[in-house]
Design a protein around this ligand. Structure first.
Ligand code: ADP
Ligand code: ZN
Length: 814
């Protein structure tokens, strides 16, 4: 045993403790005790799996001599699952987002990564009699003779060998060992067959009278290569039994081969047979040059790439990614939502081939393990996915791209409440990589960072291709003489006219409605019953096709009542409309026009969003109705009309970002129209035609919007001029929650730093009741972010009596 092994390790376990715990390293495990490897250890009687975040040669001095440090139980991974820069990032996250390190670490790893040590080996008959060829083999053979079948972890715990895998591989090679442990688990194996040596005629004769057997032989002969059993069976329409018979006759030889799962179903669009590569415009070239320079210099440089939709930003960052690969460095490409992965995946796969890995929660378990393992082994050097892909274990990171950086989906709304856009800058700094934030409508935070010279501003000024900017058409719903019930959606005369013109021209349409389901409320006209969720205090959304009422806050459902359960009248009426009802209305207005819906409900349908997008791209579907999922990223040359049915849906939200979101949404939607060779139109229906967000989106006045919005933020001390933290207490007992938040408010006010800090509340949260709990909040803000953090660390209780959410840089105030 060499002496450079760790004697003690700090393990971050998934428990609500601020720091990692120190354990003694059992000698047998010392060779594997490396930072970033998972380990199992006990807290009290509980056995938990965490990650080693630090190693010590000797007992850390900060731990008092009186404390006995227990040994941990075992190491889970042969190779670290988190890279050094990710461990650094984890510590930053724990501190900045005030979340226990163990919970941070847990959120960085796929939840079901298979442990190395759970697989078993046993001796074969030959192994039982074998003579060891080395001291290490002797240890292994003796242990297995004594115990029989053992897991790798048991074996390692017993023999403590530096490279157990190598010893086992040697023994297995000699036929002395067998077991599942000898195959890496992340790869799938499939059965394959090939023709035994000998001519075709001989084989056919040997196959006897079986027509299918002959067909299988001919198939393999014609292909001139081995094939999987499944492939042959499918090609000639036979059962595997036919092939087994040929194997037993010695005509075919069977073996297993590694199957690489195809990721095709997670990509969208045809591979295009592109002739000439695009010639970049001068502004694109300038942007690319700036990026390539820093990638080659290997230093941290953050950029904001701004350019309107269709200006060719994707082209620039994919070329920058190529430059990073050429320089031997890895790339992480982030998009805000899984729905945006398939289209970019196809683009990226055409350029990077096998170097591309896709990582997100929509993959199957086998696919996820495969992709993650390919990344860890360094086979895949370009990782594409939503926010969690930032934690991909790539080494030698050269570039992180955050597309649509303004999107609030980069913020995780459960602990740890991190924003992947902000963390990309941190990881990029630790890895000395270039970080490229990309947007048509940058977040206020990024615009502010440009002012402060913390981001380099790179702009694209022209729209690519012939597609010119769409013409904006404003429809004042007040003048339509329509009812004004909240959430009601109408097709104005102007919109109907534009749709008709568009359909006649054989073009495509995108309609935006920011609400899924049939109607936000199912109301009893007789008694006013609105089917509130008793736990959340808000009406449930009516989903007509699924015949149920669904609470969009907690997910609880009730089946559709045929009459009011309160007054027994048959007077239930849907009020307002979601995508499902918009679809219905559209079909009444334009029967026979093929229409489809894309929203979060689509994620659960067979084929998911990729299938919907595919049908729309092919032109099978003429009109796509959806939530904000349709407004982002996609490129559909056939679309020449987009419309937002009620632009006010966001403006009224009790959230200081409501206006920014409305502007982003409208701008994005406008960007979807007319990207082909025809100019497009965007119709905005609203009750507030004069609002600056709507006017700016309509006239593509990005500067104007930014100025107005920045002024609002500055005057009212909102981010980015301040750093904000939301503190929210929740409990089933209203008095308890209220008492706790008041106590916290008093403690904050008494802190010496409180003069630098602005405290709003305590007050009921915008959603005062949610999931059967009462919720009260404090908003604390300060221009001095460091002071704010210090004060909160002093005051916020470690183990509060009432459930406490600490949300640093909150995106949604609910
Ligand atoms: P963005 O990401 O800014 O929305 P994309 O990069 O997706 O824009 O580009 C929009 C379209 O313009 C794509 O079809 C792309 O192939 C095309 N494009 C990009 N750059 C050029 C260029 N220099 N010349 C011609 N077409 C281009
Ligand atoms: Zn609910």
């Amino acid at each position: 045993m060499s002496s450079d092994h760790a004697a003690f390790v700090d393990i971050a376990l998934p428990v609500p403790l601020p720091n990692a715990l120190t354990y003694q390293v059992p000698i047998a495990w010392a060779p594997l005790a490396k930072p970033g490897a998972r380990a199992r250890a006990r807290i009290g009687k509980r056995l938990l799996t965490g990650v080693i975040i630090r190693i010590h040669d000797s007992r850390p001095e900060r731990i008092s001599e009186e404390i006995t440090l227990r040994p941990f139980e075992e190491i889970v991974d042969r190779e670290p699952v988190l890279t050094p820069d990710l461990l650094e990032l984890a510590e930053f996250m724990a501190d900045y987002y005030m979340t226990p390190i163990g919970e941070v670490i847990r959120s960085m790893l796929p939840s079901d990564l298979p442990p190395w040590g759970d697989r078993r080996v046993r001796l074969t008959d030959a192994g039982a009699l074998a003579m060891p060829r080395s001291a290490e083999e002797r240890l292994v053979l003796e242990a297995l003779r004594e115990t029989g079948r053992m897991t790798l972890a048991e074996l390692q715990g017993k023999v403590g060998i530096e490279d157990l895998d190598a010893v086992l591989a040697d023994l297995a090679e000699g036929g002395k060992l067998s077991g599942e442990a000898l195959k890496p688990r992340s790869t799938r194996y499939v059965s394959a067959v090939e023709l035994a040596p000998g001519g075709l005629a001989t084989h056919l004769a040997a196959a006897g009278r079986s027509a299918q057997g002959k067909a299988a032989i001919e198939y393999l002969h014609a292909m001139g290569r081995p094939a999987t059993t499944a492939e042959v069976a499918a090609a000639i329409g036979c059962t595997p039994a036919v092939l087994r018979r040929l194997v037993s006759l010695g005509i075919l030889r069977q073996f297993t081969q590694v199957e690489r799962l195809s990721m095709d179903r997670h990509m969208f669009g045809m591979r295009d047979e592109r002739g000439e590569p695009l010639v970049l415009r001068p502004d694109q070239n300038q942007a690319l040059d700036a990026l390539v320079r820093v990638i080659q210099r290997k230093e941290f440089s953050p950029f904001l790439l701004q350019g309107m939709t269709g200006s060719g930003k994707t082209e620039v960052y994919l070329r920058a990614a190529q430059a990073a690969l050429d320089a031997g460095r890895a790339v992480v490409l982030l998009v805000p939502e899984i729905a945006l992965v398939p289209a970019l995946a196809r683009e990226a796969e055409q350029r990077f081939g096998d170097q591309l890995a896709i990582l997100h929660s929509g993959l199957g378990t086998g696919e996820r393990h495969q992709e993650w393992e390919r990344v860890r082994r360094g086979e895949a050097r370009v990782v594409l996915g939503p926010r969690s892909a930032l934690f991909a274990p790539v080494t030698d990171l050269g570039l992180i791209v955050v597309d649509e950086e303004q999107d609030s989906a980069y913020k995780q709304e459960v602990d740890p409440r991190y924003n992947a856009r902000d963390l990309a800058l941190v990881r990029g700094r630790d890895a000395a990589a270039a970080v490229l934030l990309v947007s048509a409508t940058p977040s206020m935070e990024s615009r502010y960072n440009i002012e402060k010279n913390k981001l380099e501003h790179v702009r694209l000024t022209v729209r690519a291709g012939q597609g010119s900017l769409p013409e904006g058409i404003l429809v004042d719903l007040k003048e339509e003489g329509l009812s004004r019930r909240p959430g009601e959606v109408h097709f104005s005369e102007r919109l109907k006219y534009e749709i008709g013109v568009n359909l006649e021209a054989g073009e495509q349409i995108i309609l935006l409605r920011n609400r899924r389901g049939y109607s936000p409320i199912l109301l009893c006209r007789a008694c006013g019953e609105d089917h509130r969720c008793p736990d959340c205090g808000l009406p449930r959304t009516f989903h007509r096709r699924e015949r149920k009422l669904l609470c969009h806050y907690c997910g609880s459902t009730i089946s559709l009542p045929s009459r009011c359960q309160t007054c027994k009248e048959e007077a239930l009426e849907p009020v307002g409309s979601g995508t499902e009802r918009v679809e219905e209305t559209f079909k009444e207005l334009f029967p026979e026009v093929p229409v489809d819906v894309l929203d979060r409900d689509t994620l659960r349908k067979p084929g998911g969003p990729a299938a919907v997008l595919e049908r729309f791209a092919r032109g099978d579907v003429r009109v796509l109705i959806g939530t904000q999922m349709v407004s982002k990223g996609h490129h559909f040359p056939g679309v020449s009309l987009t419309a937002v049915l009620a632009a006010d849906a966001y403006l009224g939200f009790p959230d200081f970002r409501a206006v920014e979101r409305t502007y982003n949404l409208l701008t994005q939607l406008a960007g979807r129209a007319g990207r082909g060779d025809r100019p497009g139109r965007v119709v905005i229906q609203t009750y507030h035609p004069d609002h600056y967000a709507i006017q700016a989106a309509l006239h593509q006045d990005d500067e104007g919007f930014a100025q107005e919005e920045m002024r609002f933020r500055r005057v009212f001390h909102y981010p980015p001029y301040t750093r904000m933290v939301q503190l929210l207490m929740r409990d089933k007992d209203r008095e308890k929650a209220w008492g706790a938040i008041r106590e916290l408010a008093a403690d904050l006010a008494a802190h010496p730093l409180s003069r630098q800090v602005r405290i709003t509340g305590p007050a009921p949260a915008p959603l005062e009741r949610l999931r059967n709990e009462w919720r009260f909040q404090l908003l604390v803000r300060s221009a001095a972010g460091k002071d704010l953090h210090r004060m909160l660390r002093d005051v916020v209780p470690q183990n509060p009596a009432v459930a406490l959410v600490v949300d640093v840089d909150p995106q949604q105030l609910l």
